[in-house]
Design a protein around this ligand. Structure first.
Ligand code: GDP
Ligand code: ZN
Length: 315
């Protein structure tokens, strides 16, 4: 077709029907070719993180002609009046960085375990970043998070304030698309700024916008790193409950429980109080960490039943 030359780039921003595509050192605002919009009712056609082929229009903008198959996607099923809608939060994520501080605020391990369950469900490898290690000894900080490395979850110790661990963080992010999550106040903005001036501020500005929109659960923007790679802020932090995880599948997202479940006497064992439960046996003998088991119970039953269980224990 008359001198058209397709280029390939990555969608880094969505805004009112326009897609910003990063192509080499340039950003091109694109629209979607009409024929690609088929199937729009069932799910997002293009998401931030997608690799696309586009053609340039004479005035400098572009038209997306082709979307490359996704290696992976962070998706949510959204029930809508005319059927389920597949919302793509982020296309092609390589990892999710779960940022917590070892103190101030003291780490909320229940929240961390929830994030780990989501990462397991989505099949995206998590990395736990433990920030503010200038405020505790490395031993003390390590002890708080000691149950995670044996489960296959790597820990990265950092201090945005003193600069330790920043180079290691940079290397972890290099060449990858990374989602960033964690409670506020743990130092996400400071860490990104320590790596790359202004980056943290840009990310948190978008994050603030996103948290104001009630139903925004998709990533709005990828931020390019110097060198290669992108970071994105994970939206919908406060609506973790939205993650449709069925109670019966929860034990499958705890790597330490997964291999045991088949050994429980009852195939529908909830691992709360059933006889001959392999998970309860493992908790008792210490091979499942009590904090992790508590997180499981809270996610599965909420707080009421745990109180009940404690009552039963006291009889
Ligand atoms: P965010 O809400 O996760 O983006 O956290 P911020 O980056 O805004 O940091 C929250 C507070 O923690 C600020 O007062 C920072 O100065 C402080 N802070 C961030 N990183 C560190 C650190 O490594 N050590 C200490 N002592 N304070 C930090
Ligand atoms: Zn069981």
């Amino acid at each position: 077709m008359g001198g058209e030359q397709r280029e390939t780039g990555r969608v880094i921003r969505l805004q009112a029907g326009f897609y910003t595509v990063q192509s080499k050192d340039e950003q091109v605002i694109c629209q979607l070719r009409g024929r690609l919009k088929k199937g729009e009712a069932e799910g997002d056609i293009v998401a931030v993180g997608d690799l696309v082929d586009f053609n340039r229009l004479p005035e400098g903008s572009g038209v997306i002609e082709e979307i490359h198959p996704r290696k992976k996607a962070f998706v949510r099923m959204d029930p809508r009046p005319r059927g389920e809608y597949q919302q793509v939060m982020l296309a092609n994520p390589d990892q999710i960085m779960l940022v917590f501080s070892c103190t101030q605020p003291s780490p909320n391990l229940r929240m961390l375990d929830r994030f780990l369950v989501i990462a397991e469900k989505e099949g995206i490898p998590p990395v736990i970043v433990v920030n503010k290690i200038d405020l505790l000894s490395l031993e003390e900080a390590g002890e708080i998070f000691e149950m995670y490395p044996p489960l296959g979850y790597p820990l990265l110790f950092t201090t945005a304030k003193k600069g330790q661990g920043i180079e290691a963080l940079r290397q972890r992010l290099e060449g990858k698309i990374s989602l960033l999550a964690g409670p506020s106040g743990v130092g996400k903005t400071s860490l990104l700024n320590a790596m790359q001036p202004q980056l943290g501020l840009q990310v948190s500005a978008v994050s603030e916008l996103t948290s104001k929109g009630r139903h925004t659960t998709s990533v709005r923007e990828l931020f390019p790193l110097e060198g290669e790679g992108y970071v994105a802020d994970m939206p919908g932090l406060r609506s973790l409950a939205l993650w449709d995880i069925e109670p019966e599948e929860l034990d499958g997202y705890f790597p330490e429980m997964r291999p045991l479940v088949a050994h429980c006497k009852f195939s529908d064992c909830t691992h709360l109080c059933e006889p001959e439960c392999a998970v309860l046996d493992a908790v008792e003998e210490g091979s499942i960490h009590p904090d992790r088991y508590e997180s499981y119970l809270r996610m599965r039953f909420g707080d009421v039943e745990i109180a009940l269980q404690e009552d039963l224990d006291n009889i």
